[in-house]
Design a protein around this ligand. Structure first.
Ligand SMILES: Cc1ncc(COP(=O)(O)O)c(C=O)c1O
Length: 404
């Protein structure tokens, strides 16, 4: 008999929640870095939203819809250890970056935005566009295409730096940046840090308060299992009260229903960070995932993620496959990569076998277990990758394009 695997399905409390995710009944779901599985409760939440509109009509605003950006933000606050009332909901990270950009003044000597070449591109697109308002962009290159040396980034942050809008975990390789060192350096020279935690919130535990982060943003599509249309923004409360966003609106006014003409009179709480009417249905949908992640606890999710990704990479080594993700789990988020040729075609061949992963240029396959993933599913994925590569089964799907 084969020796028993000491890590075999050893997180029964987490696996017990599998039944809350319909897709797991028939699909090996390893694409949690891209679109987390939908919690069954989303059906109820969207029905509740529709029932409220249908039966309460205009009264729905006062009975919960107006408050939803901050109330929903409170569910995120619990996950990232932020004070209640310090997180608001927007639509996505791109809008949030543009919103923060609209708060800043680039006319003085402190006009530099410093990040790395491995930031998620949407963040770069927004900041590059601020050049027209006087911002100077400094993008620190990666030496190895896996991560960016912390010392390289720290060296680029100086007294001319206004903001460091940076990914906590890199979307391509899962490389985890050293936020403690980045915040310490930025604050030493009077700069601010905004962490894009899209690839960490819900899989890597962190405390915005302990890290002393100035701002944090992310979305709900991935590890939070919240679906599209719900991005979150945390701003350190003392900083928030000094910001005067240019992208603003009546929801950010101290008295929205006074309908005052003239210049904005900003609210003195988190609603200062809003603009117009909120995307209410997306917030109803998103809450189910936030509640589950908050209840399960990110510490526990991380414990399982490290055990499973280490196990997966060790087995990939045995099969002769290589990774472009950091080997030290302390430097990784929840995703691991497998460097295979023809990755988009391999993704399609896996999908045909009901195994969902994706791929990115220069890294190959991105594979991510979540708290509901079994070891058997990861083994099945690895077996299928080996089979598809060795038999040339990918050829039936030859394509250059990635569908997601
Ligand atoms: C780190 C990171 N930031 C941002 C995004 C997406 O930005 P947005 O919310 O604007 O679609 C992604 C992935 O899609 C991401 O991985």
């Amino acid at each position: 008999m084969a020796p028993q695997d000491p890590t075999a399905e050893s997180f029964p409390d987490l696996l017990a929640r599998r039944s809350e995710f319909p897709i797991l009944e028939h699909t090996t779901y390893l694409i949690n870095h891209s679109l987390g599985a939908m919690p069954r409760k989303v059906y109820d939440n969207l029905r509740e939203y529709a029932d409220m509109w249908a039966t309460r009509g205009i009264r729905a605003w006062a009975e919960g819809w107006w408050a939803s950006p901050v109330e929903t933000g409170n569910l995120i606050a619990r996950i990232i250890d932020a004070p209640a009332g310090s997180v608001v909901m927007h639509q996505n990270v791109s809008v949030i970056q543009g919103f923060v950009a609209s708060c800043l003044d680039y006319s003085g000597p402190r006009n530099r935005i410093v990040y790395t070449d491995m930031n998620f591109p949407t963040v770069m697109y927004v900041w590059e566009a601020q050049r027209r308002h006087g911002a100077e962009i400094v993008s620190v290159p990666s030496r190895d295409g896996i991560g960016v040396e912390t010392e390289d980034l720290l060296a680029a942050i100086d007294e001319r730096t206004l903001l460091v809008p940076i990914s906590h975990v890199l979307f391509q390789t899962g490389y985890r940046q050293d936020l403690e060192a980045i915040v310490a350096r930025a604050h030493e020279v009077g700069a601010m840090v905004m962490a894009d935690c899209y690839q960490s919130t819900g899989t890597v535990p962190f405390s915005v308060t302990e890290l002393g982060l100035d701002m944090v943003c992310g979305g709900s599509v991935k590890w939070l299992c919240g679906g599209p249309g719900a991005g979150y923004l945390y701003v350190r409360p003392e900083l928030r009260d000094t910001l005067e966003p240019g992208l603003t609106g009546w929801m950010a006014h101290a008295e929205p229903f006074a309908f005052e003409p003239g210049p904005q009179r900003y609210a003195d709480d988190a609603t200062r960070l809003l603009h117009g009417s909120p995307a209410v249905p997306a917030l109803y949908a998103a809450r189910a995932g936030y509640e589950i992640i908050g209840d399960v606890g990110v510490e526990r999710i991380r414990e399982k993620s490290v055990v499973q990704t280490e196990r997966f990479l060790a087995r990939a080594d045995e099969r002769g496959l290589t990774t472009r993700s950091p080997r030290d789990p302390a430097r990784r988020g929840g995703t691991v990569t497998l460097a295979v040729e023809q990755a988009p075609a391999v993704v399609k061949a896996l999908a045909e076998r009901e195994i969902l992963v994706d791929c990115r240029p220069n890294v190959g396959l991105r594979i991510s277990p979540h708290f509901y993933t079994t070891n058997d599913e990861l083994d099945a994925c690895l077996d299928a990758v080996v089979e598809i590569v060795e038999t040339g089964a990918w050829k039936a799907h030859a394509t250059q394009a990635s569908a997601y």
